[in-house]
Design a protein around this ligand. Sequence first.
Ligand code: NDP
Ligand code: HSE
Length: 422
Amino acid sequence: MQKKKIAIMGLGTVGGGAYDILTRNREYIMSTQDIDIEVAAILDRDETPLIRRGIAKSLFCSDIDKLAANGDIELVIETMGGVEPAKTFITKLLRSGKSVVTANKELLAKHWTELTRLAEQNGVGLYFEASCVGGVPIIRALGESLQGDRIQSVYGIINGTTNYILSKMSTENIDYTGALADAQKLGFAEADPKSDVEGYDAAYKLSILASLAFHTVVPYESVYREGITKITGADIVNAHALGYEIKLLAVCKRDGDTVEARVHPALVSRSHPLAAVSGAYNAVYLNGDSVGDLMFFGAGAGASPTGSAIVSDTVKALKGPRCCDFGGDRSDDNIKFAGDFTSGYYMCVTVDDKPGVLGKICTVLSDNGVSIKSALQREGTGERTTLLLLTHRASERSITAAMGEIEKLPVVAAVESMIRVL
Ligand code: NDP
Ligand code: HSE
């Protein structure tokens, strides 16, 4: 039986979840994995999180240099979050010959290449299963299970907080603010929930997933990003009337040397498997040229599911060869990142309730090369009415140009919303 000592930096939601699993399942892991993992040190701002869990204060450590110099500790779990001081701390640990397991997608998306190189140079590992899609083993699947495939596309619901908010708005008519407060209480949201609702968290994760899927660095800055803050209860009601749910969708595709990566709200037909993914659940729906369609589903956030991913990486790192080379950290100079993309669109337009209005809107769309798939008129007030339009696939440039012209039509009071359609 191998005995291993590890440390945790940041005993919050995820670090605490990992600690609980390592403690509760210590004997089970010993019996199934032939390895005894002891949490021998915990770094946090103060002792409060240790006291809350009844952990001996002697495990508390506030000095990263002491932790890095502690020769008994082989691996450190980083669950503090944020770029600094996490990056400095991880750098010191890798340099001192310790492997690191992290849930920190922001840090990885911003400094993956540098940190991976550092791990390689020091003969240690950097593991990050917990950084994307909570407890769903998608990193392992992309890095170790699909080597025979060229991945063509990945569609995902990869942020638990926004999916929780949209689901609550969709099924329980709970408003945005109330649903966000719930998600924060449940420990799904980031320290600054702007990262969730404005789509940054999903963009960081998509940068990681796309880099692994396409075997080249897809910088998070190249991911088009739009959050859910403009989605209203009316949008959700209208989407339902058309047979759709609204989801914060992450999409990446590779066509030859061109990679397209985007995060934005989208109408998802209720007949698509992603439409049924609700609450803090996440899913990744991908297509490989050999395997075909695959869907991964599970809890995308929270202490225990994410803790499970951390423990999985910890066991793997302590048992296996000290590296983690999935080949997503290398840039391919030939790759171009798409600036425009095509999609179907949903539009909600408030217009004068009189003859010929739909015709005028159709003319503008058609002049811009956009064709209408279906139109629904909501019951109006007499003077005004609402049109719900779904278009066939069109380029972002065409639809933006058309919208600009539609807004200026004298018969149009307002373009209330425009949302892409999966
Ligand atoms: P929490 O805020 O719950 O926990 C972070 C812990 O680290 C807290 O105890 C915090 O102390 C401590 N900490 C933060 N900064 C420092 C510092 N500079 N020095 C010492 N201690 C520090 O965050 P989460 O557990 O939710 O998230 C942690 C990481 O996991 C993030 O990278 C997040 O993106 C990622 N993640 C989170 C998931 C979730 O469901 N919550 C799921 C997947 C990934 P204090 O509270 O005093 O600030
Ligand atoms: N804030 C993140 C989410 C945590 O809601 O998905 C999981 O990465």
